[in-house]
Design a protein around this ligand. Sequence first.
Ligand code: MG
Length: 387
Amino acid sequence: MMKLTVLGSTGSIGTQTLEVVRERGDISIEALGAGRNIALLEEQIRCFRPRLACVADERAAKQLKVAVADTETKILSGSAGMEELAADPASDTVVAAIVGIAGLASSLAAVKAGKRLALANKETLVAAGDLVRSALTKSGGELIPVDSEHSAVFQCLEAIGTERRRTELKRIILTASGGPFAGKTRAELAEITPEQALRHPNWDMGAKITIDSATLMNKGLEVLEASQLFDTKTEKIDVLVHRQSIVHSMIELTDGAVLAQLGVPDMKLPIQYALTYPDRLPMQGNTLDLATVGTLTFEKPDTSTFRCLALAYEAAEKGHTMPCVLNGANEAAVALFLQKKIRFLEIGELIERTMEAHKPIRNPGLEDILEADCWARETVRHLQQMA
Ligand code: MG
């Protein structure tokens, strides 16, 4: 029986992971970690009876401890607690679904402990890709992507095998739904409210990722993540807007053959595949009916309107701590937008100005990365207050 830890269990990917676990019946939940939604975490503890649970927020952890005093579950707290969960010897697989840079330390702890890491947190590889990769080599752990695009590329690459990848992979093509504003001009984007940006046409996700999807930063982070995950330079990673979200991504091989993975837009498939890989197991309600879909369309992304995607490529080119700064600045800017303190287009502008002010630190360690992340957030807030 697989022994699973879910970090970020009350978020969008976390709750869908637990749905997969409930449907399968052959996975035991060892530990659950959440940010501050203790009402839902308590429900999950009573349902799955994990040995350990952790709440990032210390005060909420104290409240939960009292609430679940009648259960066997031991409650930990803070980021140290989250790392302890990630490295806990009782579980063999860890789902990393904490949103943002907050998920980095625990993802790294799971990798160092030699787990299979089912990675849904993009920031881990964007900010600390080199660190994670060298830790993987040392520990013999395994990294399986959960993000639908990366899972698609991973599945396509399975078809050619690891050996041939170096010589036969020509290009990775990540598809993007384009978010709710594809086709809009900068003038039209100027007045966008958080409420409008939070309505995504195809995918049901958390607030931060939905805004990232509207600015195309989500795709930018995915380009950086794919570059690390598949050891491919970003020049060889293209983005194609595909509004139906049926083709989850593609690879092009040296002879011009293009392999794609298709499916209904439902995260449960990539989640289950990351858990059961290399096995494919039946899933209910996941039938793609192409005749009903009818038309699949593809177009180039408009990077002069959606600056964030272009900035991600720029960050990749600069390397070192620049992708981390891009990510930290984005998290801070998105938070300001959700608080209605800045306008939609200012998200990209603030990130760009923060990147311009940053001097990348070469070959950063974890401390340098966390410091660059803090610096980027402070710089964004400072620039906003000056405006
Ligand atoms: Mg994605």
